[in-house]
Design a binder for this molecule. Structure first.
Ligand SMILES: C[S@@+](CC[C@H](N)C(=O)[O-])C[C@H]1O[C@@H](n2cnc3c(N)ncnc32)[C@H](O)[C@@H]1O
Length: 202
């Protein structure tokens, strides 16, 4: 594999894929699910070369945009995969492979009849627990109050994680970190942003 190429073709590997397969080292590994146009990962990978960053994105146009932006920088600690996240967590990656999983602004599906499409259900949380290390964390941000409440209750019900923040299990997130495209949009519209951290139980 060409290590300066930021797009990983998982069909070239035998499963389960390890962090050494992708990065050629065992440095701490951060996963972002649904990276959109990749600005968060590109910034994080540039700022912290001691960690590896892997992103999963289902939409081809966004995936290609991120790859094009990253390619100019030749970051050896950043890779993108064009794949559906739950399939990847279930079938592609080695257990306990990630130190940290980030989901920035998962699709909210605000209409009741569409809520079955939301990413955070029991099966998905089970997959997260499997791929996270024992001391690993999942960090989630959303602008939807009803969704963050549902996410906290799904994680608690799973028995696989505990919320890092006291009740109600999330906080209103302040600015200061790298903002994703969606985060910029919501902040410019003066919308509140909520953040939750879940600790994987050993
Ligand atoms: C609301 S956008 C947020 C994008 C980016 N994280 C941001 O904050 O700007 C949600 C992203 O998650 C991606 N996505 C949704 N479901 C996914 C799945 N099952 N697997 C991988 N990506 C997914 C969408 O294609 C979209 O790019």
């Amino acid at each position: 594999m060409n290590l300066t190429n930021s797009a990983v073709d998982i069909s070239l590997f035998s499963f389960p894929i390890t962090r050494e397969d992708i990065f050629g080292n065992r440095n701490p590994l951060v996963l972002e699910i649904g990276f959109g146009e990749g600005e968060f990962l590109i910034d994080a990978a540039q700022c912290d070369r001691s960690r590896n960053y892997l992103g999963l994105e289902i939409k081809g146009g966004r995936f290609r945009k991120a790859v094009r932006a990253a390619e100019k920088l030749s970051l050896e600690n950043l890779r993108f995969v064009h794949v559906e996240a739950e399939i990847a967590l279930r079938q592609v990656f080695r257990e306990k492979m990630f130190d940290l999983v980030l989901v920035n602004f998962p699709d909210p599906w605000p209409k009741k009849k569409h809520s079955k499409h939301r990413m955070f259900n029991r099966e998905f949380i089970g997959c997260l627990a499997k791929v996270l290390m024992g001391s690993g964390r999942a960090v989630i941000k959303t602008d939807q109050l009803s969704y963050i409440k549902q996410i906290v209750s799904e994680f608690e019900r799973s028995g696989l994680f505990r919320p890092a923040y006291p009740s109600p299990g999330f906080i209103e997130a302040r600015t200061g970190e790298t903002e994703t495209k969606f985060e910029k949009h919501f902040r410019e519209a003066s919308q509140k942003i909520f953040s939750a951290i879940f600790l994987n139980l050993p």
